[in-house]
Ligand binder design. Sequence first.
Ligand SMILES: *Cc1c(COP(=O)(O)O)cnc(C)c1O
Ligand code: SF4
Length: 334
Amino acid sequence: MILAAPLPMQPRGWQQAWRDSVRDPRELLALLGLEAEAGAVPEAALAAFALRVPRAFIGRMRHGDRHDPLLRQVLPLDDELRTVPGFGLDAVGDGAARVARGVIHKYEGRALLVATGSCAINCRYCFRRHFPYAEETAASGGWAAAVDAIAADPSVSEVILSGGDPLALATHKLAEVTDRLRAVPHVRRLRIHTRLPVVLPERVDDALLAWLSALPWPVAVVVHANHGNEFDANVDAAMAALRGAGATLLNQAVLLAGVNDSVDALATLCERGFDAGVLPYYLHQLDRVAGTAHFEVDDARARALHAALVARLPGYLVPRLVREVAGDASKRAL
Ligand SMILES: *Cc1c(COP(=O)(O)O)cnc(C)c1O
Ligand code: SF4
């Protein structure tokens, strides 16, 4: 496939683009020509978890379509207020796996740093709506406690920057933790889980690329795109730049009812991602956190969708279908 030439990015910095995000659902709906829907904005859902969407992401939504798969990921709905048995506050047992402030060590060899509670976008299906970030970010205190915990455990060979979204931190803040980690000989790999190159591609700027290029470890960047429409020429350019800085790019999606729960949507996501140089990694079953039940796809349908993907795509374009189960030694294959 031949991609359109990348559009020039906005000359302003990414923080400005982030500050310009839309926070008012009425404004979001008006931008999409959906003013008629604005009367139905559920204030209680909005109060529980704010709306936040970068304009670059809104630009990829279909005008006039209230079922747009990107819109559904960010628009508050009354469904979020329903109490559904089995949907709780700590769905994946993170509380139990905490080893230091902002450090979660669940799996062999991998320590995950909750680098920050911030994100550029608020995704309605996210566990983050309930996580106690104020006490829990690894960046607080100059990362000292987090890096000490990693240094004290020689079994840790991979450090995962997660969040929130670690790329919501300023690049100099990211450099602080990697500078400290250079002194830890058993660290061999760095992984970054981020949605920013997709939702705010302006984030992939010269300073970020210079930092990435100078890291002493192989780096994997796991971007979180859930739908093929999340890619456009600016996102392609951001992905190309990340690869140019030496990163291996992977995608992790969440299977979401009304967003990507069809074979066509999933196949397009995997193929469109590869056009941008991103290999599929995981397709996650939803974490069962309160307020997200309307996004759930049951396991039988999830398996059927995955089997259809296996039948349609080359093996390297099929993500692993997994669920996170508290207490397991790895993500659980379905
Ligand atoms: C998901 C997760 C990881 C990474 O798991 P992989 O299977 O290696 O992608 C690491 N730590 C925590 C706490 C996680 O939730
Ligand atoms: S952690 Fe990821 S899924 Fe959750 S709100 Fe942030 S970007 Fe969205």
